[in-house]
Design a protein around this ligand. Structure first.
Ligand code: CO8
Length: 269
């Protein structure tokens, strides 16, 4: 699959993992317009993963270049020249990136190797799991700039950590370290350093490569669809997804392999 080439993103396929690195270390990987354009283009291409039972990768790792930052937020210098309409359009384009990440048929892991602030924290929140190095830090410092979260933080931070924790972070603009972020459920796992972080993310994708890709895609879609629904409505969605799972070859292969006491070789359809 041709993933394209980008001014501000580096791509590397490593086995079943696609590693995407936001590559503007001189500005702590801040989300300049060019980065948003590149993320839109890339996420558009990635939508094809799994089509026609072609699963070129089984998971994506999103990280930041350099030793200091995942992404230090929206590009404050570029925002300086924006009027309200341009700012709204900028936020909406980034919303599209985050929605596409959630709609991808494979899990996305944010590997946070330093600052994940403002739009950087919001980009991580659009990923399925957030892994962090011990020296990572998180925050929504928009209020210190007279702004509010604009890339999805008002919605996704409270979904991830609950309303009370989200309000405290957003209203104070406070920065928290990786262990604190882990304690409130923002971060799934904390690793000693950046190398261990990337190893951990790759190992999870190797695990994903052993199970059914259609089932993982179905589970991801279902979990996004039920978010915000009441229990009864959510169970309706789950019933549809469970039914759909039984239409896949993967489910037939998976069940037959269990009965035969063999390891399933999933066809991915
Ligand atoms: N935008 C642009 N440049 C940045 C940014 C940024 N967000 N963050 C860092 N940089 C640049 C610095 O200006 C500096 O450049 P230079 O070397 O040319 O002076 C370089 O990166 C290195 O940064 P520092 O020298 O500041 O490094 P420190 O280690 O001293 O500090 C910090 C690191 C604490 C991360 C500090 O850089 C900082 O506070 N950055 C800003 C963090 C922030 O406030 N982020 C939130 C931005 S607002 C946002 O994301 C809103 C999203 C919603 C937008 C809605 C649509 C309009």
């Amino acid at each position: 699959m041709d993933w394209g080439s980008y001014a501000t993103l580096s791509l590397e396929q490593d086995g079943d993992a696609l590693i995407v690195t936001v590559n503007r270390p001189e500005a702590l990987n801040a989300l300049a317009n060019q980065v948003v354009d590149d993320l839109l283009e890339l996420t558009g291409r990635l939508e094809g993963i799994g089509r026609d039972a072609d699963w070129p990768v089984r998971g994506i790792v999103l990280t930041g270049a350099g030793a200091k930052a995942f992404v230090a937020g929206a590009d404050i210098r570029e925002m300086d020249g924006m009027d309200p309409a341009t700012a709204e359009a900028y936020g909406r384009r980034m919303h599209q990136v985050t929605l596409r990440l959630e709609e991808l048929p494979v899990p996305v892991i944010a590997a946070v190797n330093g600052f994940a602030l403002g739009g950087g924290c919001e980009l991580a929140l659009a990923c399925d799991f957030i892994y962090a190095s011990a020296d990572a830090s998180f925050g929504q410092p928009e209020v210190a700039l007279g702004l509010v979260p604009g890339f999805g933080g008002s919605v996704r931070l409270q979904q991830r950590v609950g309303a009370g924790q989200a309000r405290e972070l957003i209203f104070t603009g406070r920065r928290i370290d990786a262990r604190h972020a882990h304690g409130i459920g923002l971060v799934n796992r904390v690793f000693d350093d950046a190398a261990a972080l990337m190893d951990g993310a790759r190992a999870t994708i190797a695990e994903l490569a052993r199970v059914s890709p259609t089932a993982v895609a179905n589970a991801k879609r279902t979990m996004h669809r039920v978010q915000g629904l009441g229990v009864a409505e959510g169970l309706e969605v789950e019933a549809e997804s469970f039914r759909e799972a039984f239409t896949t070859e993967d489910s037939a292969v998976g069940r037959a392999a269990f009965v035969a006491k063999e390891r399933a070789a999933f066809p991915g359809r």
